[in-house]
Write a protein that binds this ligand. Structure first.
Ligand code: COI
Length: 356
């Protein structure tokens, strides 16, 4: 490996770790993680260390001004093939776009790639091996400077934790709550950055969604409250008369790596994909008329999860006429086949980790 240092105890802790039968998503955290500190304008050592709580002053900027960014990607070891990472270069690039937007230092792409590769390498024996399961990797950067001035921090911590996980949703499909009042992001804001503030903005609506029996909130644009943007932790797609539609990218939507991979896969299969503005009211009419036959959530954690219906804040529900989600399920299988190593993937999509 490049510049990573393995600190005493880290490998022993990983070797002692036993996975329970039920994994869930993000509940079990690997007993070692990677960290790297930034000070005096440069990044220091990249280290694999035994898991321990972070030691930060309560005045650290991350706690007050939310100067924080993260990524999500998975290491796959299905039926002990691999381990593989899926398009980690895309996460590395997006991490630095988020860093720029939040006024944080960029993290060197080579170090990002080395850190996620090393987590997959050293944690190989705790990567779950059933299809749909994986080692979810969470690279993160926080402002650690202990000072209350509203300006970018002078010190930062980068770290990568790992969670042996099942899929984000345990059921076969979800209903989504259409949020018509609150907004997740606005033009010129931070909606396209992967930063905690966007997720914080979604939490109250997430509670309402749960009360309404929904697995996610569907966000509309902040200006017109009319055009679909994304869900709280994943992108949105639907199928209208055999064509896949997804909201066109704007600075209020996170540029999903699963989203762009599905677009490419679907096009490779000869399907037509349209990226455009999508009016929620028109879409609901098309669902009612039976023209829109499917909708689905797509993201690293969610993979592809069919949406079986839409719910308004007053509880009014509109369900799809048929729940077979044929296109979503076909795309899900094709995507997993490429991520988990069963089918040839486009160049640079699947990265084999040398785990010996
Ligand atoms: C991911 O899919 O990696 C995400 O970031 C969603 C997550 C917030 C659960």
């Amino acid at each position: 490996m490049g510049r990573l240092k393995v600190m005493p105890g880290a490998l022993e802790k990983i070797a002692e770790c036993k996975l329970p039968r039920e994994l869930n998503f993000g509940k079990i955290i690997a007993p070692a993680y990677i960290e790297c500190d930034y000070k005096d304008g440069k990044w220091g050592e990249l280290k694999l260390v035994p898991y321990a709580p972070l030691h930060l002053g309560p005045e650290a900027k991350v706690f007050h001004y939310g100067q924080e960014i993260f990524e999500g990607l998975k290491a796959y070891y299905t039926d002990r093939q691999g381990p593989f990472l899926f398009r980690p270069d895309q996460n590395a690039t997006r991490f630095n776009l988020s860093a720029q937007r939040l006024g944080m230092p960029e993290f060197p792409i080579a170090d990002f790639l080395e850190s996620v590769t090393a987590m997959a390498h050293y944690c190989k024996e705790i990567i779950p091996t059933k299809s749909g399961e994986s080692l979810y990797l969470r690279p993160c950067m926080i402002a650690t400077e202990e000072s209350l001035g509203i300006k970018p921090g002078l010190t930062y911590k980068y770290f990568v934790i790992a969670s042996p996980s099942g899929p984000y949703f345990t059921g076969d499909s979800i209903k989504v709550y259409i949020e018509r009042e609150r907004a997740r992001a606005c033009p010129g804001g931070i909606g396209a950055a992967k930063t905690g503030g966007n997720y914080a903005a979604s939490l109250v609506s997430g509670k309402r969604a749960q009360e309404l029996g929904c697995g996610q909130t569907l966000w509309l644009d902040a200006v017109n409250k009319r055009y679909i943007e994304e869900m709280s932790g994943m992108n949105f797609m639907c199928v209208i008369e055999g064509i896949i539609y997804t909201p066109a990218m704007t600075d209020t939507i996170l540029d999903g790596i699963t989203r762009k991979s599905i677009i490419q896969l679907a096009q490779d299969f000869g399907m037509h994909v349209v990226e455009d503005k999508m009016d929620i009211n028109k879409l609901l009419e098309q669902v009612a008329q039976g023209k829109c036959t499917e909708a689905f959530a797509c993201g690293t954690a969610a993979i592809i999860t069919p949406i079986r219906g839409f719910v308004e804040g007053n509880g009014k529900e509109l369900a799809f006429k048929s729940a077979d989600s044929k296109i979503a399920m076909k795309l899900r299988q094709e995507l997993l086949d490429r991520q988990e190593g069963r089918k040839t993937a486009p160049a640079n999509w699947r990265v084999l980790i040398n785990a010996n």
